[in-house]
Design a protein around this ligand. Structure first.
Ligand SMILES: [Zn+2]
Length: 179
């Protein structure tokens, strides 16, 4: 999982770069509007560029925003898991709400959590800088593709097929060993 975290980075201008590192709290320093404001950068608004309904804190941008939440709910649905509506973003990322004794599944799940954060932030930036529209099904599909690439690159045994992957957690019982 650390590998994928190191390889993903966000394009954007100047302060908008965000690279995952092994530091689990690194994602909290992404350049949301409130953060930029605190760094002395003059902005027209601190409101979330997706919903325009709340100030853009990290937690809002990645998780609490209605648009982001729809993505998370979609990811949990893909894996046939009930969405833990009371969970914090940290609990999601650290996988504490995903209880399984299967280490492989845990690793894969955690990677999916990171990819989800990354894709939400990437699409937020596409909206802000390129005026792209926010399309929940498209973003969920991107997360499935990116995490599938990860599983294929990391698996020591034959990994699941794309069709199996789309079925979610059931595909991983015996076929996958991420090492
Ligand atoms: Zn929002």
């Amino acid at each position: 999982m650390i590998d994928i975290i190191k390889t993903v980075s966000l394009s954007g201008s100047g302060t908008n770069k965000w690279k995952f590192s092994g530091d689990k709290s690194g994602w909290k320093r992404i350049a949301v509007r409130v953060e930029l404001d605190q760094r002395g950068i003059d902005l027209d608004t601190l409101l979330c560029p997706i919903c325009n309904d709340a100030v853009e804190l990290v937690d809002h941008a990645i998780y609490s925003c209605k648009s982001a939440k729809d993505i998370w709910i979609g990811i949990f649905k893909w894996w046939n898991l009930p969405f833990p509506s009371g969970a914090t973003i940290d609990e999601l990322i650290n996988g504490t709400c995903f209880t399984t004794s299967n280490t492989n599944k845990r690793k894969v799940w955690q990677a999916i959590m990171w990819v989800t954060c990354y894709m939400i932030w990437k699409n937020r930036n596409l909206k802000v800088f390129k005026n792209d529209s926010w399309a929940t099904p498209k973003i969920i599909c991107e997360i499935q593709v990116k995490s599938f690439e990860w599983i294929q690159n990391r698996s020591r045994k034959p990994a699941s097929t794309w069709q199996q992957w789309l079925m979610g957690t059931n595909a991983l019982d015996s076929t996958f060993d991420p090492g």
